[in-house]
Design a protein around this ligand. Sequence first.
Ligand SMILES: [Zn+2]
Length: 313
Amino acid sequence: MRYLFLLCAFSFYLFADAHIFLYHRFNDDRYPSTNTQNSVLRKQFEFLRDNNYTVVPLQSIVDKLNQNETLPEKWIALTIDDGYKSFLNALPIFEEFGYVFTMFVYVEAAEKNYPDFLNWEELKELEKRGGTLAFHSYSHSHQTKQSKDALRADFKKGLELYEKRVGSKSSFYSYPYGEFNDEVRNIAEEFGFSAILNQNIGAVSDKSSVYDLNRFALVGDENIKPFLRYKTLEAEWIEPKIYPSNSNITKVEARVSGNITKAKLYITDLGWRDIEVKDGLINYDVNKKLQKSRVRVILQADDKISTKILVKD
Ligand SMILES: [Zn+2]
């Protein structure tokens, strides 16, 4: 019995997944869809502290993946996109808890001193207060809609400015709006980042690609407990690979690992449904018209989850 317990404890440890959170604005009531109140942030941080989670630099997770090492239990990385000025409302709370963070910079906004955004001086100051700066595009456009040339030009211009102002290269990249497809991802990879982050619900496992790290976007009075339970469902997405050209999603096909026989499938606007898994294969007829231009397809089996984003180009 004791050995069984040890075995379970050990395998739990083996399959420990890390989680990466994404914030945007803080204590800024004007934008409820991207805002986190200070009181909520404090509650979330207290939960992490009281439940023995360790907030680590994003680089530590990337290092573990690159070294093919097991991710320690209860690792968390905190990220913030865009570089809004309102982050200064939250910074003292990050410092109070000693939580390091990565700030993804919308370069054009910093460069042109857009009123709602931190300027370069303020961004540089973050590096002295637990922050790592990273790249979040020059123009913050919808990248799946850009031509390859325009997209490469945006990276080039943005990275040149970023390196000039920050004084070092960006190790990380996050997609504006979390929107990408294989083509956008391939172009982003050309620019030599050590990790690329999406905005998909999921965890980070030993098998995650450093070029496709999942992040939970936290907004409003979010209870982080359910998110922290999620582990990575290893899924190979077969169909659809991209947003269907006639907006009609005919079926979802994916291969999942493990002895899974039942799963749940979520499609934006269409909600959740129970589906069957036969010999590791999901082959589910949908035949519905997609309404939104950004659609998430999520597979969940118990607490394991995998997300595919489809963006109309
Ligand atoms: Zn953004």
